[in-house]
Design a protein around this ligand. Structure first.
Ligand SMILES: Cc1cc2nc3c(=O)[nH]c(=O)nc-3n(C[C@H](O)[C@H](O)[C@H](O)COP(=O)(O)O)c2cc1C
Length: 519
């Protein structure tokens, strides 16, 4: 025994290294069957897997140029990070974009910008920018709601995001006077720090789920009564990253707390079905919306990604005929994000925002419905110039998901589906989220929203307007080739937006239904 120990103690470090490598080689060749590459090239085959796993980071840090990456390139991410930290978010020397590129957009500036009159609310608060329309006004809901910010946090559930991230977002919207959409996972204590909330549910009915797994109106009524900060309700039909797929929450992310809030087992994948149990056709869906609105007094809307238009046309006709229907429609673009989705869906199913929104808005406008609906847009719209385009096309508000995540520290690692998010934003690991300080991160979200609104107001003024709701389809051009061929949006998309009644920023400030806005 002592001779063996003696022999072992004489093996040098490189001797141990060689023994280790020999063991790996034996395992590669004789004992594993899963990987042909490591069988055929023992030891060296592992390098392939290593390089493959660190490739995205290497490209992000060293290789990709400023405008190259997707979903968000370095300039876009940098703008959000700098805005959220109130750092210098300008660029020097001029744009690094090829502004002759196909589909590049231009905002036509006025010869002389809009001049703020004396006592204008934007003298006091340079980022005061509420929604120009009131949700639920047309249908005379008992508790109409005018979002106090045109930019808001899009649906992302507690489950897909960490408790600390949800808390940061909720505290952040409170500071910025925006709203926070709960996402599909139900209302949690982390959503209840005082910001305005839009309660969102999908086919899983989490938070308002009956014993049989359907929708419970009693639970809905109690939820709204007990939580007066819920200002509106959103019924999810689909989202851009996976229309027709239903929700997916990987088992790795289902902790005890989440299992209690959602009423699902710990550690088992939760797949919500593609269809709602509560309705199967347009009249039933409208009836469902009206019943919720009647029972809660709140505006009720729907969220969807756009593809075929037949059922939307049926909805529009039904709304015209009955005077009933959703108070708001959130149009999500095919480029939208998700906590988890199959790439074939994320890449290919549903139209990009610009195509989907223009198809839908045009149809609703032609049927005389655009004035009674608040249109919300989501799909990489959290940048002032893109938002200006969205407003010109008919959007009234913007929802942001991944941009909001980045403002609180997300580094676009694109591993939301694995529970290993390194920034602690999209994971349930206690260790990974322990680095998030919700007080600091809430300030960051709020600052991003304020900077976004301030820049959007400045662009609006540059175009000669007071509020972005005044943008028309003629104010924005899209590159097709040279200027004689570049098209104003109204000729590219063949519609004019319905002008939004706007009586000045002071009028919005004095509105009885204005959401929480910090004075
Ligand atoms: C982590 C994560 C979770 C999401 N969860 C939901 C959800 O529960 N329900 C939903 O309708 N959309 C969900 N979405 C989609 C977003 O709400 C949003 O519509 C989409 O990401 C487009 O916005 P963006 O481009 O600003 O990210 C999620 C997105 C992300 C990134």
């Amino acid at each position: 025994m002592s001779t063996i120990l003696d022999l072992v103690s004489h093996i040098s470090w490189w001797g141990w290294l060689l023994i280790g490598l020999a063991l790996v080689a034996i395992r590669d060749v004789f004992f594993q069957k899963q990987h042909t590459i490591s069988h055929n090239y023992p030891i060296f085959g592992h390098l392939r897997y290593l390089f493959e796993s660190i490739g995205p980071e290497m490209r992000q840090y060293f290789v990709a140029n400023n405008r190259e990456e997707l979903p968000f390139n370095r300039i876009e991410r940098g703008w959000i990070y700098a805005s959220a930290k109130k750092e210098n978010n300008y660029e020097g020397f001029g744009t690094d974009r090829d502004i002759y590129q196909h589909q590049h957009i231009f905002i036509n500036n006025a010869m002389m910008p809009f001049k703020l009159p004396e006592n204008h609310p934007n003298h006091e608060d340079k980022s005061f920018l509420p929604c120009a329309k009131v949700m639920g006004e047309f249908h005379k809901r008992r508790r109409p709601f005018r979002p106090a910010s045109v930019i808001n946090v899009s649906a992302m559930s507690f489950g897909s995001l960490s408790a600390k991230a949800i808390e940061s977002l909720n505290k952040g919207v409170k500071i910025a006077g925006a709203y926070h959409n709960t996402g599909e996972g139900g209302l949690s204590p982390h959503h209840s720090h005082g910001g305005d909330v839009i309660f969102h549910f999908g086919t899983g009915y989490f938070g308002v789920r009956s014993e049989e797994g359907g929708f419970s109106m009693d639970k809905m009524i109690k939820l709204v009564e007990n939580n007066p900060f819920i200002r509106a309700i959103e019924v999810k039909l689909s989202q851009g990253a996976k229309p027709g797929k239903g929700g997916v929450l990987p088992g790795a992310k289902i902790t005890k707390e989440i299992s209690e809030i959602r009423g699902v087992p710990i550690g088992v994948d939760v797949l919500s079905p593609p269809n709602h149990k509560a309705f199967s056709n347009i009249p039933e869906m409208v009836d469902f919306i009206e019943k919720i609105a009647e029972a809660t007094g709140l505006p009720v809307g729907i969220k969807a990604a756009i593809g075929k238009l037949e059922q939307w046309e049926e909805l529009a006709d039904f709304m015209v005929a009955t005077g009933k229907g959703p108070d708001f429609i959130t149009v999500d673009g095919g480029e939208g994000g998700t906590g988890a989705a199959p790439p074939s869906f994320a890449d290919h199913v549903s139209l990009p925002w610009v195509y989907g929104f223009s198809d839908l808005y045009k149809m609703f406008k032609n049927k005389g419905l655009s004035e009674r609906i608040v249109f919300i847009g989501s799909g990489k719209l959290g940048f002032p110039a893109k938002a200006a385009m969205a407003f010109a096309m008919g959007a009234d508000c913007i929802n942001v998901a991944r941009e909001a995540m980045m403002s609180i520290g997300c580094i676009q690692a694109q591993v939301c589906h694995t529970n290993r998010c390194p920034s602690g934003v999209a994971t349930q690991s206690k260790w990974l989220q322990s680095g998030i300080d919700p007080t600091l991160k809430s300030e960051r979200l709020a600052q991003y929203f304020k900077t976004f609104r301030k820049e959007l107001i400045e662009i609006t003024h540059a175009a000669g307007y007071e509020h972005p709701c005044q943008f028309t389809m003629k104010d924005i051009e899209m590159n097709i080739d040279d200027h004689s061929l570049s098209n104003k949006l109204h000729s590219t998309f063949a519609y004019e937006k319905t002008s939004v009644p706007f009586l000045g920023m002071q009028n919005l400030k004095d509105c009885l239904y204005l959401g929480h806005h910090p004075k």
